[in-house]
Structure formats: structure tokens, C-alpha cells
Write a protein that binds this ligand. Structure first.
Ligand code: IPE
Ligand code: IPE
Ligand code: MG
Length: 261
């Protein structure tokens, strides 16, 4: 995707010193960056605050990351906001998060319109509270014609649930006689995932140091490069994103083949 070099230079002015825009090769950016936004609760607790304050601070990190990815010309940014397992949290925290998702989307929609961002959701929205679902549907409708970066928000998302759903859709098409069982291949499955039509993530970032996937994009991350940072999500900023991209660009990606030499 194209980018505005001047706007980008302004966005990355006054860096911390150890990293700058010159450290990344703009011709080799990952087309899809995926983020497990983790550590909000610990960020708040470390400040003697309740966990919800961490989630609220995390919204600022997501906004900065979206703006940065738009400036860089990234094609797809996906972000894990709420897992199918997160319903196990205290009801108060779940309610707070659902309300935060709704108010955040209302507040950020003008930014998505201004930046030509197309919003998609990964996950089962049916199970969300009505307020949240309605705001999400409005966000989808208002950005559907946008041609810029795709922002894929994973809400009530679980990779196993997603793959099971794809199996149900395949089975239904087979039962209806529109799909031959012998022709069910990788693209038949991929085309029935929530990410249908999107490229696989090339770079997966997880904040807060946890070395696990927590049921995120198990199929799609097959050949992604992982970048785990101890930085907690509310402290994640444009410079940490640059560090992740620079690290990605230093990797040797083989896809099961041999090193070219
Ligand atoms: C990530 O932060 C946000 C969500 C999962 C909604 P956490 O709430 O998991 O924060 P920690 O991991 O407990 O610090
Ligand atoms: C993963 O974080 C889910 C999101 C970031 C939305 P969790 O905090 O729920 O993951 P675990 O429980 O540490 O594996
Ligand atoms: Mg966590």
C-alpha cells in the first residue's frame, strides 16, 4: 500500500534514540500485522489502580497503533480484544469491557472515516450485549466502502470455535450438494474462517511477555514470525511497533524450504 513520506517522517519525529524510521525497510513491511494486546490488568495493578483503568489506557495504545499502521501503509492490522475464554472473568470486568468496546467505537469512528479504514470483526458477535453489537454493526456499515487499511478486531473470538464453525459451514455445503467432500482443501477451509479474503498475518506481536497464543488465529499464524515484548499493552507505542517490524525484517523466513544462497 502507498504511504505519504512526509506524514510518516512527522509521525516518527523525536524518537527515543535506539530506534528510528531508518531502521525499517519500507519495501519489506509485513502486509498483515496481528497483535495480542495483553497486560492491561498488570499495568493498572502496578499503579495501584483497578484493572478497568488498564483497559481504558489500552484504548490509547490501540489508537496509536492504528494510526501508525495507516501511516506506514500496512494492509491489515488485526487485534485480539476479547477471547471466547474471557467470559470467565468477573462479570463486572466483562460488562466494563463490553461497554468500553461500544463507547470506543463510537468515539473512534470519525478517525476510521478520516483514515479510510475498513473495519471487520473476527468472532461471534451474536453473543455480545445488544449495545455493543449495534455499535459494531454501525461501524461495519459506515466503513464497508473504505479502501484503506483493514482493521480486524477479534471480539468474542476463539480459534477453535472459528475452525469448528468453518467445519459446520463445509458440512452444510456438502449436505446441500454444493460441495464435493473430495474437493475440501485448505482454501475451502480458509474461505470459511472469519478472516476469509484477508492475507495471513506475517508478524504476530504479543505484549506483556506471555509465550502463548491463547487460542488466537491458530490456522492463520502457521508461518507468522513472532515478536514477544515484555512491554505491557498500555505502554506499547509507535516505537515498540517499529522495533517489532525491524526484528521481523531481520528474520530468515523459509516456509519449510531451504535457504537461498
Ligand atoms: C488484555 O489485558 C485485555 C483483555 C484480555 C481483554 P489483560 O486484562 O489480560 O491483562 P493481564 O494479562 O491480566 O495483565
Ligand atoms: C488473550 O489474553 C486474549 C486477549 C488479549 C484478548 P488473555 O490474558 O486472555 O490470555 P491468557 O489467559 O493469559 O492466556
Ligand atoms: Mg492477559
Amino acid at each position: 500500500m502507498r504511504y505519504d513520506a512526509d506524514a510518516l517522517a512527522r509521525h516518527f519525529a523525536d524518537g527515543p534514540g535506539d530506534i528510528s524510521l531508518a531502521d525499517v525497510d519500507m519495501a519489506r513491511l509485513p502486509s498483515h500485522i496481528s497483535i495480542i494486546m495483553d497486560g492491561n490488568g498488570r499495568w493498572a495493578e502496578a499503579r495501584g489502580m483497578e484493572r478497568p483503568y488498564g483497559h481504558m489506557a489500552g484504548v490509547d495504545s490501540l489508537r496509536e497503533t492504528i494510526t501508525t499502521c495507516v501511516r506506514l501503509g500496512i494492509d491489515v492490522l488485526s487485534a485480539y480484544a476479547f477471547s471466547t475464554e474471557n467470559w470467565k472473568r468477573p462479570q463486572r470486568e466483562v460488562d466494563m469491557l463490553m461497554h468500553l468496546f461500544a463507547t470506543t467505537l463510537v468515539n473512534e469512528l470519525p478517525l476510521f472515516v478520516q483514515e479510510n479504514v475498513r473495519l471487520v470483526f473476527l468472532g461471534d458477535l451474536e453473543a455480545l450485549p445488544r449495545e455493543t453489537r449495534e455499535v459494531f454493526e454501525e461501524g461495519l456499515a459506515k466503513t464497508a466502502s473504505h479502501t484503506g487499511m483493514v482493521l480486524a478486531l477479534a471480539v468474542n473470538y476463539g480459534s477453535r470455535a472459528e475452525i469448528a464453525r468453518a467445519c459446520r459451514l463445509v458440512a452444510a455445503d456438502v449436505a446441500a450438494g454444493v460441495l464435493d467432500p473430495g474437493s475440501v482443501d485448505e482454501s475451502a477451509v480458509a474461505g470459511r474462517l472469519y478472516t476469509a479474503g484477508l492475507p495471513d498475518p506475517e508478524l504476530l506481536i504479543r505484549t506483556s511477555g506471555e509465550l502463548r497464543l491463547s487460542n488466537f488465529l491458530l490456522w492463520q499464524l502457521a508461518y507468522a514470525e513472532f515478536y514477544v515484548t515484555p512491554v505491557l499493552w498500555p505502554d506499547f507505542d509507535r516505537w515498540e511497533l517499529l522495533r517489532a517490524i525491524a526484528s521481523f525484517q531481520g528474520r530468515e523466513r523459509r516456509f519449510g524450504g531451504v535457504v537461498r544462497g
